[in-house]
Design a protein around this ligand. Structure first.
Ligand code: GTP
Length: 408
């Protein structure tokens, strides 16, 4: 028969030590903490909240797919879409922002306007009306949307419509801008409206979305400091590449030429036209025989690619801190820069009628005497002949012929 060895109790080693301690009496507090750490985890609510937030942050970061930055060394201009209902102040805002960056005034804003805003950044501003087709086209290509809201009216249906459209192609950065704040005379209502609109905006976009206030106008322009702050925000803003944009090459046309024979257009107004479109290539690189999306037009196959010189290039030297006046370029072929419009074979200088009239007035002498001389239409003799004199107050008037007879 097999014999089993009797169990031998341990007298040394970690297990024996533990047994000894247990026999000695109740365990110390330190031991309990080690045995049951969960029971002692919440000692400071603040610390607990911090740990929790940190854990959540790390989790949320993991959800974002790491992005590959494919932007070339000299990235194309950032597309800023200024959208809002009619008469909300879109044109005024674009004009003010352009003036803030380039110190130039645009005669009238038509089509996209590209400017150099900093050493490494160019901006293209484009106005988006409440038209649904424009919204669909521009939602695809927008990097940043300035959503103008008339504070005296509130949100319009189209604003929400635009937000929905944006969601289809990936949400661009969105900033709200409240205008017409000067319509509120009462400070309390103003504060209340601002707060209400801010919360409504946050619900639609995201909590804490940036909302700017443009409180009133000075000489037909928004206040310089407010525009400056908005401009500063735009020029340092970081953008996340969006899915549609990084997977499609696309062009936002900023110049257009009609190459059709003018004679043919004259004789046959509805003939097929040959049009040449110019713009920066954005999104990804062009591949041979690939399709290219032209905003507002559709997808077209490329037959030939030419490299054109940059019409609004970034400054060369990178050492300086700020741009000088010459480097603050402005490129707006569809709009009149300083009243000058370029065409394929002509340059138009815009001289509004009021301007011409003003110049004529300036030439006129300012002294009253010379002015009155210029205004005389009759000779002195004719005036003398027509003049009348009354000798006594209330008596009948005598004209010059009667006076001569009296003298005789
Ligand atoms: N009182 C006041 N008037 C404003 C404000 N913003 C714009 N306006 C005026 O509103 C009018 C329309 O401004 P625009 O910049 O032409 O508006 P818009 O959105 O470009 O208009 P459309 O191009 O017709 O859609 C102008 O006469 C501005 O002076 C504001 O904050 N307060």
């Amino acid at each position: 028969m097999e014999r089993f060895k009797k169990h031998q109790q341990k007298h040394s080693g970690p297990k024996a030590e533990k047994k000894k301690l247990r026999k000695q009496g109740p365990s110390t507090e330190e031991d309990e903490r080690r045995r049951n750490p969960k029971a002692f985890s919440v000692q400071s609510a603040v610390r607990m909240a911090k740990t929790f937030h940190r854990a959540q942050d790390i989790k949320a970061k993991k959800h974002h797919i790491p992005l590959v930055d494919r932007t070339p060394l000299e990235p194309p201009p950032v597309v800023i879409v200024v959208m809002g209902p009619p008469k909300v102040g879109k044109t005024t805002l674009i004009r003010c922002l352009i003036k803030n960056f380039t110190r130039q005034k645009l005669a009238d804003i038509c089509g996209p306007v590209t400017i150099v805003s900093g050493k490494k950044r160019r901006l293209t501003f484009i106005e988006c009306t409440n038209d649904i087709n424009t919204m669909i086209d521009l939602a695809k290509v927008a990097d940043l949307v300035l959503m103008l809201i008339d504070a005296s009216f509130g949100f319009e249906m189209e604003t929400f419509e635009f937000l929905n459209i944006c969601q289809v192609h990936g949400f661009p950065r969105i900033m709200g801008v409240l205008t017409h704040l000067d319509a509120f005379k009462n400070n309390k209502t103003l504060r209340k409206t601002k707060k209400n609109l801010k919360h409504r905006f946050w619900t639609e976009v995201y909590q804490g979305a940036k909302l700017f206030y443009l409180s009133g106008m000075v000489y037909g322009e928004y206040q310089t400091q407010e525009v400056k702050n908005l401009g500063r925000f735009i020029s340092v803003m970081k953008f996340r590449p969006l899915v549609w944009q990084t997977s499609h090459p696309y062009v936002l046309v900023d110049r257009m030429e009609d190459l059709t024979d003018p004679e043919k257009v004259r004789t046959e107004p509805k003939c097929d036209r040959t049009v040449s479109l110019y713009g920066y290539l954005r999104g990804t690189y062009l591949k041979n025989k690939s399709h290219i999306h032209i905003a507002g037009v559709g997808d077209y196959q490329v037959s030939e690619v030419n490299f054109l010189p940059d019409p609004c290039s970034l400054p060369d030297t990178q050492k300086k801190r700020a741009l000088n006046e010459k480097e603050r370029l402005l490129y707006a072929p569809m709009a009149g820069v300083g009243g000058v419009v370029y065409d394929k074979d002509a340059v138009y200088v815009d001289l509004p009628a009021s301007h011409v009239k003003q110049q004529q007035e300036e030439v006129r002498p300012t002294t009253e005497l010379v002015q009155s001389l210029l205004d005389t239409h009759a000779t002195l003799d004719a005036k003398m002949a027509a003049s009348k004199v009354s000798l006594f107050s209330g008596s009948a008037t005598l004209n010059s012929d009667e006076l001569v007879e009296h003298e005789r």
